[in-house]
Design a protein around this ligand. Structure first.
Ligand code: NAD
Length: 382
């Protein structure tokens, strides 16, 4: 099944859902304006703070969660996994957080989190034979499992190890929670999402609305850098970033920044956003890649997915999914409206300026190669 632009899918509302969300959680979406070509009433999250979820938990729902969701976090003991688990523990919509990893520290991570006085219950699963338990009944599966980059490495250099990890974890999803929405963080995202799609197809349970690559960190970075350059409050900034999640496939649409900012050197700003991950890899000097900003970005994406599952309308995020928006690129990241079943509608790319049009052409070859590599990996490793 392929979704196309303006595909509207029926919303399924949950029984104990957003209607029970505490006022403080609702308040953070008040006053947000639409972004670019998003619908007028779009919930864009440009000034969203994940930390507010904690205050929501503290003030309004100390004993019960607001939506009863189960989230499985695969790779929960890692550099991204641990701070992400902390942020998810603070999300008032999550009733159960299943932390899964191969590492011996996994039960300790869960024990540590479980002492935090928010309603979300944390359960631990360590090792392959406990994967099914972690996934059973999950509404959302978030995957940061896999090795990160070291200086000098590209995201593609991670392919050989991470492709196999993602393939085996998605086989677990197909067997245990085929209807869950999946957020894939493991790099190279440009290839791991097609891998996940192929695995789900083989298992006969592929729903392209539900397999999403997390590119949110590119948007978070673009928002920060452009706001700094324009002297605009960072919490007000929203820059769409389209394409993929590696090198030149990361294409910020600076011309669609909201509020509009006159960036002095758009080409240099584009390059900085494309290389921001490498900036962190080099600064960490061999000790890994972005973990804290990534955890923030993934928590935001998870929150958007869950919010849309409660029936909240006009939740807009950029995400890398199967798409027919750009001819010849069957997987592409762009702005989508999220709904209860995942991607509900693709928003048009909008008007691109000459620099952005050139960026679209430049990314084509690499993104195509990345997509084909993912598809071939599953075919070759049946
Ligand atoms: P990390 O090495 O600190 O943690 C990875 C964790 O995955 C470890 O705890 C490890 O035990 C676990 N793991 C490995 N194989 C597993 C398996 N089969 N099942 C379950 N758990 C498994 O790495 P990190 O810094 O957390 O990065 C994780 C991934 O996220 C990397 O692939 C990295 O490139 C990617 N990443 C993506 C983005 C993005 O924007 N999408 C940004 C930064 C990093």
């Amino acid at each position: 099944m392929t979704l196309s632009t303006s595909t509207h899918l029926t919303a399924r509302s949950r029984s104990n859902t957003y209607s029970k969300t505490p006022k403080v959680a609702i308040a953070r979406f008040a006053g947000l304006k639409s972004v670019g070509v998003a619908p007028a009433a779009s919930v864009s999250f440009k000034s969203r703070s994940v930390a507010l979820a904690a205050s929501a938990s503290r003030t309004a729902c100390a004993t019960a969660t607001t939506a009863g969701f189960k989230v499985a976090l695969l790779g929960a003991a890692g550099g991204i996994g641990q701070p992400l688990a902390l942020l998810l523990k603070m999300n008032p919509m999550i009733e159960t957080l299943a932390v899964y990893d191969l590492a011996d520290v996994t039960p300790g991570v869960a024990a540590d989190l479980s002492h935090i006085n928010t309603p979300c219950k944390v359960t631990a699963y360590k090792g392959q034979d406990q994967l099914a338990g972690a996934l059973a009944g999950a509404d959302l599966v978030v995957i940061p499992a896999g090795i990160p980059r070291k200086p000098g490495m590209t995201r593609d250099d991670l392919f050989n190890i991470n492709a196999g990890i993602v393939k085996s974890l998605i086989e677990g999803v197909a067997a245990n929670c085929p209807n869950a929405i999946v957020n894939i963080i493991s790099n190279p995202v440009n290839s791991t999402v097609p891998i996940a799609a192929e695995v789900m197809k083989k298992a006969g349970c592929y729903d392209p609305r539900k397999i999403m690559g997390v590119t949110t960190l590119d948007i978070v970075r673009a928002n920060t850098f452009v706001a700094e350059a324009g002297g605009v409050a960072v919490s007000d900034m929203n820059v769409p970033v389209i394409g993929g999640h590696a090198g030149t496939t990361i294409l910020p649409l600076l011309s669609q920044a909201s509020p509009s900012v006159a960036v002095a050197d758009p080409a240099a700003m584009t390059t900085r956003i494309q290389n921001a991950g490498t900036e962190v890899v080099e600064a960490k000097a061999g000790a890994g890649s972005a973990t804290l900003s990534m955890a923030y970005a993934a928590a935001r994406m998870a929150e958007s997915v869950l919010l849309a599952k409660t029936g909240e309308k006009n939740v807009v995020e950029c995400t890398y999914v199967e798409s027919s928006l750009v001819e010849g690129l069957p997987f592409f990241s762009s702005k989508v409206v999220l709904g209860p079943e995942g991607v509900a509608e693709f928003l048009p790319l909008g008007e691109l300026n000459d620099l952005e049009k050139a960026g679209m052409e430049e990314m084509r070859e690499l993104l195509t190669k990345n997509i084909e590599a993912g598809i071939a990996f599953v075919a070759d490793n049946a």
